[in-house]
Design a protein around this ligand. Structure first.
Ligand SMILES: Cc1cc2nc3c(=O)[nH]c(=O)nc-3n(C[C@H](O)[C@H](O)[C@H](O)COP(=O)(O)OP(=O)(O)OC[C@H]3O[C@@H](n4cnc5c(N)ncnc54)[C@H](O)[C@@H]3O)c2cc1C
Length: 188
């Protein structure tokens, strides 16, 4: 098992400072919420970019494919001066994995901020486990082992800060069906 990535920043070391200052970087290339680097007309996206997180203003490397795609799309629109450009909402964790004959899925934050509520359910017979973290009516993170739900749908419920208060119990009983139902009304 392994986690995280370390972009190669060696080629950016030893850049000159002053007006010709090079591309600002930390663990990755530091970018704005339109993927702009510290140098005009230079953008970065994907695994090499260190951009704001969804749950934190701190800039993080979120090395997953959906984020690379979204950041690349934003960088491309910014380069082209597209008037439809929307700022990057921030990256969040999203993973699926298989081990020991089980599948697991995790979306969003595992942190439990003050006032948040953690709900878990476990069915020993089927080995199904679900954990969800809510703040107010909003979903912050959802985790499942041998559970079935769409990572993309959950991601959108989190990103759009959808209030799940009215459907919370139904959602916990069947996150896939209720998540799809909500997104079929909200998606555009
Ligand atoms: C083993 C593994 C499993 C993964 N599993 C998942 C997963 O299940 N889900 C998920 O969301 N993400 C997964 N990822 C992460 C995902 O692959 C990356 O986040 C994504 O590919 C990043 O896209 P990118 O375009 O930023 O970089 P890359 O896909 O790495 O593309 C960079 C490209 O630039 C090229 N390049 C490098 N240097 C130069 C140069 N000097 N000149 C020209 N070209 C150059 C490289 O050859 C490469 O083609 C996994 C990664 C690995 C390694």
């Amino acid at each position: 098992m392994a986690t995280g990535i370390k972009p190669n920043m060696a080629y950016l070391e030893g850049q000159v400072s002053g007006p010709d200052k090079g591309v600002e970087h930390d663990r990755g290339i530091l970018v704005s919420d339109t993927m702009q680097t510290s140098v005009a007309n230079v953008w970065a996206a994907g695994d090499c970019a260190q951009a704001k997180g969804f749950f934190t203003e701190a800039r993080v490397i979120n090395s997953i494919l959906p984020d690379a795609t979204e950041q690349g799309r934003i960088a491309g629109m910014a380069m082209a001066g597209d008037p439809g450009l929307k700022k990057y909402p921030g990256g969040m964790s999203l993973n699926t994995y298989h081990f020991f004959g089980r599948h697991a899925i995790s979306v969003g934050s595992s942190a439990v901020p003050e006032g948040a509520e953690v709900v878990t359910r476990f069915d020993e017979a089927s080995g199904r486990y679900l954990k969800a973290i809510f703040l107010g009516g909003r979903l912050l993170g959802i985790y499942g082992v041998n559970e079935f739900f769409d990572a993309g749908v959950m991601c959108q419920l989190i990103l759009r800060r959808v209030d799940l208060s009215a459907v919370r119990e139904r959602f916990l009983a069947n996150p896939m069906a209720v998540g799809r139902e909500l997104m079929s009304k909200l998606w555009r």
